[in-house]
Write a protein that binds this ligand. Sequence first.
Ligand code: PLP
Length: 415
Amino acid sequence: MSAFWHPFADMGAVDGHEVIIDRGEGIYVFDEQGRRYLDATASLWYCNVGYGRKEIVTAAAAQMEKLHAYHTFGDFATRSAIEVAEKIASVAPVPASKVFLTSGGSDSVDSAAKLARRYFHLTGQPDRTVFIAREWGYHGTHAFGTSLAGMAPNKEGYGDLIGDVVVVPWDSVEAVEKVIEQIGPERVAGIICEPVVGAGGVRFPPAGYLTGVRDAIRAAGALFIADEVVTGFGRVGAWFASNRFDLEPDLLTFAKGATSGYLPLGGVIAAPWIAEPFWEGGVMWRHGYTYSGHSTAAAAALANFEILEREDILAHVLQLESALAAALAPLAHHPLVTEIRSGLGLLAAVQIDPEAIDADPGLPARAFRAIREAGAITRAVGGGGLQVSPPLIITSEQLNEMVSAFSTGLDAVNV
Ligand SMILES: Cc1ncc(COP(=O)(O)O)c(C=O)c1O
């Protein structure tokens, strides 16, 4: 028994059965018993450049020796905070964007939602407070992210959450148009949208969905907020999914892959037209975190970006996109599998038969444990899909090794 309370865990079941991960190397992690696992989830979607990158460690250590951190409230800044914001702005989907830094995805969602409402308050439309969110959506666990969640169990038991949130089906432009009409366009602040739904099951948008929603929300005079906490920094073969789909979001939230998880860092990219009223003078946005622009996290991000660029990892991901689909295809014939979702970057899900899950709700958890026994780490995401989001440096041979562990594990639970 330890004092460590795990997130998203049934502690009664976990206590005494922890899988203690001890070290990492490339696309593999090792537990304390020395067992090697191919990390098919890149931890929680974040380890884009892989484990054991000394260059990031060295950059972080050098920054720590000089100045581990200094706050950035008011007129304070550090060089690494400025440089990381500049770099992110230079690859942002909208030129001349501004970058507000946080410590993670939930911080970023909270910041973006507050910024959207504050923007309308500042520009003379204080009644625009309503957010549209999507079924299956996951936006972290702060108060705003919980309120914007599209999975009901994540909202249960907290009493009144943040008001003025409407949840619509995840895949219908018409549903968004209809709800805008019902609420009244003049009351809508924006929609928050994962370009590819992540924790809700790895669900790819229907063709035309993202631009359709973006156009509908713009027509209402409201903001398109792309939550790219999962899809940012190479996961879909571009800096952001918004670049790949030409979305030009008003606000974009990021985290995870920004540092490949070497240190916690997140943020919000604000299109210039959103930033402008806050930057023209005379306005203070009373928001920010102690670690906004943390110097060492910023240094780690800069080293991470250097690796992404030097090793041309975005192009590698594009090249492997069809190889991932081809490697996973045979699993579609497995009796427990009804669908493989793939086709964009190194992101996919192996859907366990929903009828089998109805009959046996413990099945997805048993499946991911059996796959772990077979040497690859996955996990069950929304609706019983098994997550596939390996480090972006995986090779096509290693994709086959990953699929073979999935296959062995699925066979083991299909008894
Ligand atoms: C799309 C999305 N938004 C926000 C978050 C929250 O990020 P964090 O856990 O870093 O707070 C997550 C985390 O998985 C996410 O997937």
